[in-house]
Design a protein around this ligand. Structure first.
Ligand SMILES: [Zn+2]
Length: 184
């Protein structure tokens, strides 16, 4: 890569006091850090159904997903979750109205998935620029659709239905927070 500060070609080097090689500019000293990205998601439920979107964009166009997206700079995790929910489904919630559901480390994808939940208050959801369809789906309805997740994560996400059946979404205990798998 080229240094975004001075345009010089960078080299792989281990910065002083660090242990990982990073793209480094030997001219101006710029170091390019690549850290995991935070993805926020919202499980919005009504009875034993949850709100899903049919993705309008790549990746996985046409597959079904829980409303989610990348956290932006300058916002809290809860604000990010509410913003993504609004952008993808039209549902408006305040940061204080959503409850932490799970924190999922995906080290092989360099992502951290932070999921919140809240009950649906009104049927205000609608098709958006990011969703070809927005629907409340039961577990049996979801079973008939193609989902936008790797198999291991799909299992984890679908476990929300057993919680809805047993009376509501609970924040997961620390022992169940992490999931790791190898790529292919
Ligand atoms: Zn430079």
């Amino acid at each position: 890569m080229y240094c975004p500060t001075c345009g010089n070609k960078t080299r792989e080097a281990i910065p002083l006091g660090d242990s990982i090689p990073r793209s480094t500019c030997l001219k101006c000293g710029y170091v390019h850090y690549e850290n995991p990205k935070i993805i926020v998601a919202c499980i919005i439920y009504e009875g034993e159904k949850a709100l899903w979107i049919k993705r309008a964009h790549e990746p996985d166009t046409g597959s079904w997903a829980i409303p989610a997206g990348f956290m932006e700079r300058g916002e809290t995790v809860q604000e990010a979750a509410c913003r993504e929910l609004q952008e993808e489904t039209g549902v408006t919630l305040q940061a204080k109205e959503i409850k932490l559901y799970s924190v999922l480390s995906l080290p092989d994808l360099d992502q951290v998935y932070i999921t919140y939940s809240a009950p649906l208050r009104s049927h205000e959801f609608h098709v958006t620029e990011e969703a070809l369809e927005v629907r409340l789906l039961s577990q049996s309805e979801v079973a008939g659709y193609e989902l936008a997740y790797p198999a291991e994560m799909e299992q984890m996400i679908l476990s929300l239905y057993s919680e809805l059946e047993s009376g509501g979404i609970q924040t997961k205990t620390p022992s169940s927070l992490e999931l790791r798998w190898e790529n292919q």
